[in-house]
Ligand binder design. Structure first.
Ligand code: AMP
Ligand code: MN
Ligand code: MN
Ligand code: MN
Length: 276
């Protein structure tokens, strides 16, 4: 079992890197990538916890990218977590997240939630604030029945709490991953709601900019979606990745390493990744 997409409490996941590791071992995951949103802060703790254990840790990040006025996600897998460009990027993205969070809080002023920003930081345990942290407070304050509902009512595109954000560009994100020795992978291509034509134009540009893989299997995908993603992957001669996108049991429908298998006709991106 391999899992090349997961989240810890250093972004919007529930578990600490140590607890994530225990789940991975229990689920017989032999190769695990931690890919927190726009941060590499959890990687050191994961390595320390995994030392000497029968699991290969892949350093990763999930970078928020702006493309055609929409946010898309690019994974950087097998990055060098000490690479300077990654640290610079993480600091910039954190500023963007903070600015956005403050603006979302302003937009949600009419809900009369006292200290919404501070409460979101507290529930996050850090200030690399994402919409899920704000969603949790909206639920706790009785403004939504669950996280999904909070997104649907307030945080999604076209809702009052939605703030368009200019993240790093696709080309720059790919270049930073490559400079950091990593493999750029287009995350969950089916999740953006693009038409097939638009998705193809994204994949084409991604490849031209140095992208190497696409996530053919993600936790939420059904066999029909996996088939489509495999077709996209093959047509553009990209490598295939697979990950659960696990955020914790209350937030994810499937467990760590429990995503469906990769179609055998795809070439796994991790095939040549031997332990260091
Ligand atoms: P952000 O990067 O702060 O904009 O937050 C994006 C994250 O929010 C995603 O990675 C998901 O974990 C979560 N998310 C997005 N849409 C929803 C939704 N409809 N319900 C629950 N969580 C969501
Ligand atoms: Mn997330
Ligand atoms: Mn994502
Ligand atoms: Mn993710």
């Amino acid at each position: 079992m391999i899992d090349l997409h997961s989240h810890s409490c250093y972004s919007d996941g529930f578990h600490t890197p140590q607890a994530l590791l225990q789940l991975a071992l229990a689920n017989h995951v032999a190769m695990l990538a931690l890919t927190d949103h726009d941060t590499i802060a959890g990687l050191e703790a994961l390595h320390q916890a995994a030392a000497g254990l029968p699991i290969q840790i892949i350093d990763g990040i999930e970078i928020s990218v702006s493309w055609k006025l929409q946010a898309i996600h690019i994974l950087g897998l097998k990055i060098d977590r000490t690479a300077e460009p990654l640290h610079t990027l993480a600091a910039q993205q954190k500023q963007r997240r903070l600015q956005r969070a403050h603006r979302i809080v302003e937009n949600l002023n009419s809900l009369n939630i006292i200290n919404l920003f501070e409460k979101a930081c507290e529930v996050a345990g850090h200030d690399n604030i994402g919409r899920p942290h704000l969603a949790k407070i909206l639920v706790a304050e009785g403004k939504a029945k669950d996280m999904q509902d909070a997104f649907k009512r307030f945080l999604r595109r076209s809702r009052i709490g939605y703030v368009p954000t200019t993240w790093v560009s696709l080309e720059e994100a790919i270049s930073i991953i490559l400079q950091s020795g990593g493999f750029p992978v287009l995350a969950h291509p089916d999740k953006y709601g693009f038409t097939w034509t638009k998705l193809e134009s994204l994949v084409k540009l991604f490849k031209e900019a140095g992208g190497q893989g696409i996530e053919v299997v993600s936790g939420h995908m059904l066999p029909a979606q996996i088939e489509l993603m495999a077709r996209l992957c093959q047509r553009y001669e990209l490598l295939a990745s697979s990950g659960s996108d696990f955020h914790g049991h209350s937030m994810s429908s499937i467990g760590l390493g429990k995503q469906l298998p990769l179609p055998i006709r795809c070439q796994p991106i991790w095939q040549q990744w031997t332990p260091e």
